[in-house]
Write a protein that binds this ligand. Structure first.
Ligand code: TGC
Ligand code: FAD
Length: 394
């Protein structure tokens, strides 16, 4: 497949750039340029072949996309949450799978080691993960427990001065290529604990998941633990209970709330350009009211979502954002992005289903993003419980 030229122009209908600092704009520009140069030309080909572009891990590490909010002492970026959001937006503008790799590495692997680990663990793992020398993955979901992780069956039993890990995790992003896995399991007191599992430990395997029609350029797999001996040095000492993994998810869901707006912006920009150029009935299709309705609604929803995540970013920076506010933004951004991708695809007619354009790839990717890190329904129930005080999960 021939390399693609990226013509993307970012929509900013409400002059949101005025809310950003010069540093924010520079960070966004550097990731945007990276995506134009290194991701857009190749990603369709990797997605068509359902192959993970492994070489981008090092590149993203060098660019600072892994752990942007982790302190610089440990190799992170020491940046604020708006910077993190902008990075995710630009990566996902290229492909949701690329953003997924960064979300997992930064929010689901580096964050728990930083927040729940001890100093030795931070020094051992964080710099290598930040630079992209090592890739990490996060094991929470199990074959029989997805939305309901508190019922997990994976166990961590104490034997003498070590632990034995048994069980399996499913749908794990990065698993087939990861050197390090942050895994959640129940100890003999039925408490959820986090452990760092390393590739090469006896009894630990990571079979690849095949046959996905979504996130085809991201590697997904299982984590299988058959009596894996884990040293006590590998347990995350500073957290117990479901709030451990859920705390990581809050960070990653925040990144997704920004990220999928990038995918929506790419679909809108592509459809707008196409509609101005495509002539039917002697006119550009952009001149027909039905197509204008789609474009007007797309830019309205993008603008509303941009404002929502920007405000959420400010609350995150101030340490005031609640997990429920993050859920609302994750859900809203995924919904508008998936709707925009579907409308944009229709605007391209038959061309919309081909890999000549990015839209169908975004549309299929967004079906995963609307499902992982808490499904659309689960986030709605989180908002419902927050406003009513009544739990409709159980
Ligand atoms: P519940 O009793 O509500 O809560 C248990 C404890 O956790 C606390 N908590 C949170 N803490 C931080 N952040 C959050 N978002 C939190 N939500 C809850 C809560 O306060 C409580 O603390 P404590 O001290 O009282 O113990 O738990 P529940 O069992 O009723 O479940 C609630 C529910 C359904 C909302 C939750 O389990 C959930 O969010 N389910 C969805 C599961 C999910 O999102 N899985 C994601 C797997 S990872 C993934 O998809 C990665 S994809 C990565 C990529 O490729 O980008
Ligand atoms: P289920 O929980 O079985 O849900 C099925 C349906 O039932 C959904 O529509 C759901 O909304 C609905 N439902 C469930 N409970 C309720 C309720 N109480 N009330 C109303 N409706 C309900 N997990 C990881 O741990 N690490 C990863 O890196 C990771 N990466 C992923 C990558 C991909 C490509 C995908 C697709 C998934 C990934 N996941 C990962 C798993 C993901 O988080 C789960 O798929 C998700 O949490 C949903 O779980 P489930 O698939 O078991 O669906």
């Amino acid at each position: 497949m021939a390399a693609k030229t990226d013509l993307f122009q970012s929509p900013d209908y409400y002059c949101l750039d005025d809310l950003l600092s010069e540093e924010h704009k520079l960070i966004r520009e550097s990731v945007r340029n990276y995506v134009k140069k290194e991701i857009s030309p190749i990603i369709e080909d990797y997605a068509q072949r359902a192959t993970f572009p492994q070489h981008i891990v090092k590149q993203m590490g060098e660019l600072g996309c892994f752990g942007p909010t982790v302190p610089e002492t440990y190799g992170g970026g020491g940046l604020d949450y708006i910077s993190y959001g902008l990075m995710m937006q630009e990566l996902e503008r290229g492909d949701s799978g690329v953003r997924s790799t960064a979300s997992v590495q930064g929010s689901l692997v580096m964050f728990p080691i930083y927040a729940y680990g001890n100093e030795e663990q931070r020094k051992k793992y964080l710099p290598k993960l930040a630079s992209g020398e090592w890739l990490g993955c996060f094991g929470l979901t199990e074959p029989n427990h997805g939305s309901d992780p508190s019922s997990m069956l994976t166990t961590l039993k104490t034997v003498d001065d070590y632990f034995i890990l048994n069980g399996s995790k499913m749908w794990i992003s990065n698993a087939p290529y990861a050197q390090v896995a942050v895994v959640w399991a129940k100890d003999e007191n039925n408490e959820i604990r986090g452990v760092i599992v390393e590739r090469g430990m006896e009894g630990f395997t990571t079979p690849t998941t095949h046959g996905k029609w979504s996130l085809r350029a991201s590697a997904t797999g299982e984590l299988v633990f058959d009596n894996v001996k884990i040293s006590k040095e590998n347990i995350l000492p500073n957290v117990k209970g479901l709030k451990g993994p859920l705390g990581c998810l809050t960070k990653a869901r925040y990144g997704i709330a920004w990220g999928v707006i990038g995918a929506a912006m790419d679909c809108y920009d592509t459809a707008l350009r196409y509609a101005k150029e495509r002539i039917q009935f002697d006119k550009p299709i952009a001149a027909f009211q039905l197509q204008q309705k789609k474009l007007a609604e797309m830019i309205t929803e993008i603008t509303k979502a941009q404002l929502l995540v920007w405000r959420l970013g400010v609350l995150m920076n101030e340490g005031k954002a609640t997990p429920q506010q993050v859920s609302m933004a994750k859900r809203n951004s995924c919904e508008i992005a998936a709707n925009i991708a579907r409308d944009a695809r229709q605007m391209l007619g038959g061309m919309g289903i081909t890999g000549e354009y990015s839209i169908m790839r975004h549309m299929m990717n967004l079906e995963s993003v609307i499902t992982y890190e808490g499904t659309h329904d689960i986030h709605l129930l989180i908002t419902g419980m927050d406003v009513t005080g009544m739990n409709a999960f159980k």
